[in-house]
Write a protein of this length. Structure first.
Length: 267
């Protein structure tokens, strides 16, 4: 997680309604139109199915309650408003309770292409469509439970599991390479890079390798791990918490793979 942020989340009123400015709604409209065009033929089928279910407004930032109604009806999840940055403990707790943390701010015009903090566009457009998918939703809940009682050191390793699935996961499908990670789906630069760059490595998914792979949040990813379909997450979820922690212990013993980037800010 980023160390600090210049953004301040908007507080919902007593009815849970967030009052956005006209400029903020215009930024959403521009981000939505641009990214929808960008992911055409690149996002996985499960994502597009979820996007259709959510029926997000294109001209304004959606209210969290409206998104939550669809999520609750499909997988029992809901959106939960949070400040721009929250701690790992709160993050794991919310996921374990099927509450998806959504920072209630939107990026400034100066940072339309990239920002390190997850804003409401990243969370709603990038992640919420797949939270209507049972495999993705159940995996995200199980991930929260994995981290609840983990030590600080173990959580550093678990963060890589989240990073290389929920944030930057790819699928190697019969139709070709597809994206399911929200960090890619909400970024035009990362979408193009992940799908087409000859510099990026794309490896079959292996839990132990993932736990041992360092990453940085401020660069294009040098490596992506691929499942074949979103329901492959069910196989990872079937690991007991004890099994995952055994793999974490093994990863700690073996040490990290060599970083494929300058090691400043490695995680």
């Amino acid at each position: 997680m980023a160390k600090g942020t210049k953004y301040i989340s908007r507080e919902p009123d007593e009815q849970g309604f967030i009052h956005w400015s006209a400029e903020e709604n215009v930024i959403w409209q521009e981000l939505f139109a641009r990214q929808l065009a960008c992911i055409k033929g690149k996002a996985c089928d499960e994502y597009h199915e979820g996007l259709e279910k959510l029926n997000l407004p294109t001209d304004r930032i959606p209210q969290l309650d409206d998104v939550s109604k669809v999520l609750k009806a499909t997988t029992g999840w809901e959106c939960y408003p949070v400040p721009a940055l929250i701690g790992f403990g709160e993050f794991f707790r919310l996921l374990s309770e099927k509450k998806f943390p959504v920072a209630t701010f939107i990026r400034s015009r100066e940072e339309m292409d990239y920002l390190q903090e997850p804003d409401i566009f990243h969370e709603i457009f990038g992640h919420c469509p797949l939270l209507t998918n049972p495999s993705f939703a159940n995996y995200t809940e199980a991930y929260g439970k994995m981290g609840l009682n983990a030590s600080k050191e173990q959580r550093v390793f678990l963060a890589r599991l989240y990073w290389f699935t929920i944030e930057f996961g790819l699928l190697d499908t019969p139709k070709g390479l597809r994206i399911y990670g929200g960090g890619v789906l909400s970024s035009p630069g990362e979408t193009e890079y992940a799908m087409n760059s000859a510099k990026a490595e794309r490896q079959p998914f292996n839990v132990l390798d993932v736990l041992r792979t360092p990453y940085r949040i401020d660069i294009m990813q040098p490596i992506y791990y691929m499942l074949t379909k979103v329901s492959d997450l069910d196989e990872i979820r079937k690991f007991e918490v004890e099994d995952i922690m055994e793999l974490v212990a093994k990863a700690q013993m073996l040490g990290l793979h060599d970083a494929k980037f300058p090691t400043k800010q490695a995680s």
